[in-house]
Design a protein around this ligand. Structure first.
Ligand code: RNT
Ligand code: ZN
Length: 417
């Protein structure tokens, strides 16, 4: 697409939006400031770089075997570098505990220290990225069906220790980058079949969390992530949404909303305005569930745009942290990243361009036909011309031009792995 055409289209769009009281330049400025926490695990199918061997457990599984997955830290960094050339804005990188720089050593999950993440901190600083972090309780011989909710003190304490160490690592990251590191805690704990001890495991989990969170830190923030069910753990999930919502509201913790972790007909967007009232902040794992928590690549669909709109309508961009969580091993993994990031940005752009003033005037006046009509018209306003201009302004590929860049990367880098 010609640069001059992008500019001309933008000027026309700007004029059109102005008629509805929307300032496109202001929207672009806000969009540039939305940092997306990019999940490192799309690059290597959630394998990590431990030298323990992937031992299963926890139900996390990427499907597909497209060539080119990152096999080590260098390749993962190379991939993220490439991704960053194709997306505008400044972002964050979300690491899991299994991605440490272990230097060939076998370091178990209860032996983690900030030093194993030092090279990540330095690398990220160099790239202008901030880091977020996650405990990893899946894929380990002690994962089983129960970790932090395990009645067996030996196993439970192992994971409590791990989680405490992860908080200390997050604190070190936050301090190093002079910006709070959000540490997400998700565990798979549950039961395949009917349990007659629903309360018991939740009581244990509550106690474990209290112990993990006992140390107060200044440079990290805790987020806790619920889930509906896991594969092979279909009957019961200890850390359900009710559990974490209750815990987060009571103890002032951030609740993570993974868009794949609810009943498929449930609106995640609708949860934003309630959580904002009762929890300090919100962490998002934007994903795309197909029939179940399948972790398909995030796209620009109604679910994603509704979510972005609710955040913008609540004026809560400073309280909602946007992260991605999907892993597709059946297509070019760099492409998967770029599609998900750009689509999330497009959703926020649409939200920022909403003629909200006029819509609210209609609503206040009981003019519901007018409100619905404008909502419908707004869907097809020339937001894409604003998007193209955003890419141009920020020196990244406009429109589908990123396809060629990714094909080239596949040819020169990925196909050689
Ligand atoms: C699993 C959760 C969790 C993980 C990542 C790898 O269902 O969504 O967030 O996907 O931590
Ligand atoms: Zn998630």
């Amino acid at each position: 697409m010609k640069e001059s055409s992008v500019k001309t289209a933008y000027e026309a769009a700007k004029e059109r939006y102005a008629e509805l009281g929307v300032d496109t330049d202001a929207a672009l400025e806000k969009l540039r400031k939305i940092s997306i926490s990019i999940h490192c695990w799309q690059s290597d199918d959630v394998t990590g770089f431990e030298n323990l061997g992937n031992l299963g457990g926890g139900g996390i599984q990427a499907t597909g075997n497209y060539p080119g997955k990152a096999r080590n830290i260098e390749e993962l960094r190379e991939d993220i570098d490439e991704v960053l050339t194709l997306v505008a804005g400044s972002h964050r990188l979300n690491l899991h505990a299994i991605y440490g720089d272990f230097g060939g050593k076998t370091v178990d999950r209860n032996e983690l220290e900030p030093k194993y993440f030092q090279s990540w901190m330095e690398w990220a600083k160099d790239k202008g990225l901030k880091l977020d972090f996650n405990t990893t309780s899946f894929g380990h011989p002690k994962s089983g069906d129960l970790t932090l909710a395990n009645p067996d003190a030996g196993i439970r304490n192992f994971w409590i220790e791990h989680s405490k160490q992860c908080r200390a690592i997050s604190e070190a990251m936050g301090k190093f980058q002079n910006d709070p590191c959000i540490m997400n805690l998700w565990i798979h704990d549950g039961s395949k079949d009917i349990t007659v001890n629903r309360l018991k495991y939740r009581q244990i989990l509550e106690k474990s969390l209290d112990e993990i969170f006992a140390t107060a830190y200044r440079n990290m923030k805790d987020s806790i992530e619920a889930k509906l069910f896991g594969i092979a753990l279909e009957s019961y999930t200890v850390g359900s949404y009710d559990f974490y919502l209750g815990y987060g509201a009571k103890k002032g913790k951030i609740v993570t909303l993974d868009t794949g972790h609810f009943h498929l007909s449930e609106s995640i967007a609708d949860k934003i305005s309630s959580l904002l009232l009762f929890t300090p902040e919100i962490m998002l794992h934007v994903s795309r569930p197909i029939r179940w928590d399948s972790d398909h690549v995030t796209i620009l669909n109604d679910e994603t745009t509704d979510l972005a709109k609710e955040i913008v309508r609540a004026d809560a961009l400073d309280r909602v942290h946007v992260g991605l969580d999907y892993f597709d091993a059946s297509i070019n993994r760099i492409g998967a990243y770029v599609i998900g990031i750009r689509s999330t940005q497009k959703a926020f752009l649409q939200a920022l361009l909403e003629p909200i003033g006029q819509l609210r005037t209609y609503e206040a006046g009981g003019q519901y036909f007018e409100r619905l009509a404008l909502l419908e018209e707004a869907k097809a306003l020339p937001w894409n011309s604003v998007w193209d201009y955003f890419c141009l302004q920020n020196n990244v590929a406009v429109g589908e031009n990123y396809i060629a860049a990714i094909q080239q990367y596949e040819k020169s880098v990925l196909s050689k792995r």
